[in-house]
Design a protein. Structure first.
Length: 367
């Protein structure tokens, strides 16, 4: 059965991006595959990243890590959003490293046999995850029941080269590493860099970098750093959908809920068989689709299962034709960056929100 919508995932592009990022950092690379691999498919991307030279995989949730392990991933996996009360026993049984960001979590995981592997997460200025107010107590804690494999933190503004907060975070990270070392805890793996820092700041690479959005070929911040092409990255996802209907309409026709748009002249409209139930942002205005070598912008509001585009009066498009919602931009189509801008959001959200009703096809992009 042919799909009405599909996300085509180019694994050759993924491998190219991993190679580019490893060359930039010259240290081990942790491929971030949380959130269904940013919408690209957890297991498929995890296995492909392993094959393409990733040294580690990183996820937010323990269940993501277990799924990867049970589907054949053999390289180390780190799960970093594992709250107290989680199934730490299963983590240990599946050989999964766990981040520890609180004393209560350290206490719970220390009850396991065979010294479970942990990475200490420290808050160096993002004021999100990681030890902060409990840091002094942590330095007095008993680490004899765990193996401290790593220490890590996360930049808040790495996409802003030269930003003082980055300098402060790097300095604080180094300080905390030394404080742990002073009490006899010397993790083998220190990791701080995200995608932006990997591309902009070699001084923060340490022993491993964690690359998420850049691995998928998208810029961490197109305005501050430049787009994918400038960074030498290849967008991995292309989103396509079918035209459910094409119709001729007269000037002055209201379109969509609330009649928020009205056709300015006689034209042809196309109804695209995707909507916010599939991850198309309802708020989007200023994006659209690509067909017959040109862009067709959204007109009216995005609905749950469909949205309308203005094809133009001379369009030869017909019901059942494929349109490109976003791609790498090489043919003139909209990109994930364009859709992010059109939705008052970012490219991360655009790819990650593509829902399960959209089939993932692991094949090159098509036009």
């Amino acid at each position: 059965m042919e799909h009405r919508a599909e996300a085509r995932i180019d694994l050759i592009a993924l491998a190219s991006n991993i190679s580019t990022l490893k060359s930039a950092s010259k240290v081990d690379l942790l491929a971030v595959v949380k959130a269904d691999a940013y919408g690209h498919g957890l297991v498929e991307i995890g296995l492909a990243a392993q094959k393409s030279g990733a040294d580690w995989l990183g996820v937010a949730l323990l269940e993501e890590a277990i799924s990867l392990r049970t589907h054949g991933v053999r390289i180390p996996i780190l799960a970093w959003l594992v709250p107290p009360g989680s199934d730490f026993d299963s983590a240990a049984k599946h050989d999964i490293d766990v981040a520890v960001a609180s004393l209560v979590t350290l206490k719970e995981i220390s009850k396991l046999p065979n010294k479970p592997r942990i990475h200490i997460e420290v808050d160096t200025g993002m004021t999100r995850g990681g030890f902060l107010d409990e840091w002094d107590e942590l330095l007095k804690a008993d680490f004899s029941k765990v193996e401290v494999v790593g220490i890590f933190s996360h930049f808040a503004r790495a996409d802003e080269a030269g930003e003082q907060q980055n300098i402060n975070q790097l300095k604080d990270f180094k300080k905390k590493v030394e404080q742990l070392k002073a009490i006899g805890v010397n993790p083998a793996i220190k990791h701080l860099s995200n995608s932006a820092a990997t591309l902009l700041d070699s001084a923060s690479a340490f022993d491993m970098v964690r690359t998420g959005i850049a691995m998928y070929g998208l810029s961490p911040d197109a305005k501050a750093m430049g787009d994918s092409k400038k960074l030498g990255l290849k967008p991995v996802m292309q989103l396509r959908a079918k035209l459910y209907l094409v119709k001729e309409v007269a000037a002055g026709s209201p379109v969509g809920y609330g009649a928020t748009a009205v056709t300015e002249k006689d034209t042809k409209l196309g109804v695209v068989a995707m909507g916010y139930a599939d991850g198309i942002p309802r708020i989007a205005q200023g994006a659209g689709v690509f067909i017959d070598g040109k862009r067709a912008p959204i007109i009216g509001r995005v609905s749950m299962d469909q949205f309308v585009v203005d094809l133009g009066v001379s369009s030869t498009a017909k019901s059942g034709d494929w349109v490109v919602v976003f791609g790498d931009g090489s043919h003139g189509e909209y990109t994930a960056d364009d859709w992010g801008n059109a939705s008052l959001s970012i490219n991360y959200e655009i790819v990650t929100r593509i829902g399960p009703r959209v089939s993932r096809i692991y094949a090159p992009h098509v036009y």
